[in-house]
Write a new protein. Structure first.
Length: 335
């Protein structure tokens, strides 16, 4: 599994600490905040990490390099201008073809990533938002859920509010979202992306955690994190037991396949697909649950024909399912 750490922010609220370094490089006991996040991912066996950078990016690259010194593999996604909290993800669309984690670069946390992953797959979510109750939610996005923990309302930085369960900036996402909501330029999770998914009734769920979490966005929170660490209120991750899937849980493999199709032929193909009576469907997306396990989603893209995502607990099965529908689409174009 891959993870993306969002580290492109300028950190104006954290000045003067960020005058000469990127915000995630601000140290807590002589160790950058970003290093704690990398340690957390590595403790769960996640070593393939992408980092979005912009402001003072050289301070991040000089310290972490390619990640070898930290026993991880780091790829940098350089933003020429700030792209917000989610805009940078679309720079990595071709690199993210299986469900992936997203962490805010200024989050100081020991969230149980294994529990987040199991929750995400258990809910069959396209996106999981990790939340936590806080005393004052004014500076965060408030999450409201139904009885199944599906997100039903989201209010970013409200003046008045009900509830105190807030978005931590930690997510698990299905890569199909990067194609379905393809975007160029700046975009924000709280202001843009999450409200748009709610508007489209996407399967977005909320995992509520009681683990330690602080958003190091201002000097008060930064000092609080330092004090918590010194007092033993924050426990860094242990590397003695890397994360392993339980017997009743297996992270599925995903195969992505793109099939060209002229727009004039799409109605015929869509009609043929709908004849098979899928689990759920509309004119933009068709979903199949397979008897032998696995799931296939076929997305109609105005500019790129059809995009097929097949998911199964075996890599060969995922590939077989995707190729099956790819061949069918090619045949139906000739009808």
């Amino acid at each position: 599994m891959k993870a993306v750490i969002l580290a492109g922010g300028e950190g104006k609220r954290l000045r003067p600490y960020t005058m000469s370094i990127a915000k995630p490089m601000v140290p807590i006991l002589n160790k950058p905040i970003l290093e704690y996040s990398i340690d957390l991912l590595r403790s769960y066996g996640i070593k393939d990490i992408l980092i979005t950078t912009c402001y003072k990016s050289e301070t991040i690259k000089e310290y972490f390099g390619n990640g070898e010194r930290f026993n991880v593999n780091i790829t940098y996604l350089e933003e020429r201008s700030p792209l917000g909290t989610s805009g940078g993800l679309f720079l990595a669309r071709h690199r993210l073809r299986e469900p992936f984690l997203v962490l805010s670069g200024d989050a100081f946390t020991n969230i149980p990533i294994d529990k987040v992953i199991e929750f995400h797959y258990g809910k069959r979510a396209v996106m999981t938002v990790v939340s936590k109750e806080v005393a004052n939610p004014k500076e965060y996005g408030i999450c409201h859920t139904d009885d199944t923990r599906k997100l039903v309302n989201f209010i970013e930085k409200p003046e008045e509010w009900v509830g105190n369960e807030v978005n931590t900036g930690v997510y698990m996402m299905d890569p199909m979202l990067l194609d379905r909501y393809a975007h160029t330029g700046a975009r924000d999770f709280g202001q843009d992306f999450i409200p748009l998914m709610l508007q489209n009734n996407e399967e977005v769920y909320v995992f509520k955690t009681s683990a330690y979490w602080r958003d190091i966005g201002n000097p008060e929170e930064y000092k609080g994190a330092r004090d918590d660490l010194m007092r033993g209120h924050f426990s860094p991750p242990s590397f003695k037991k890397a994360y392993h899937h339980s017997r009743d849980f297996m992270e599925p493999f995903i195969t992505r396949l793109q099939v060209a199709c002229p727009n004039g032929k799409k109605p015929v193909v869509l009609a043929k697909l709908l004849e098979t009576v899928p689990t759920s469907s509309n004119q933009k997306e068709i979903v199949f649950d397979h008897r032998d396990g696995g799931r296939t989603k076929i997305i109609s893209d105005p500019n790129r024909g059809f995009i097929i995502y097949s998911k199964a607990d075996r890599r060969n099965l995922a590939r077989e399912l995707a190729r099956y529908y790819g061949k069918k689409i090619k045949i139906w174009q000739k009808v």
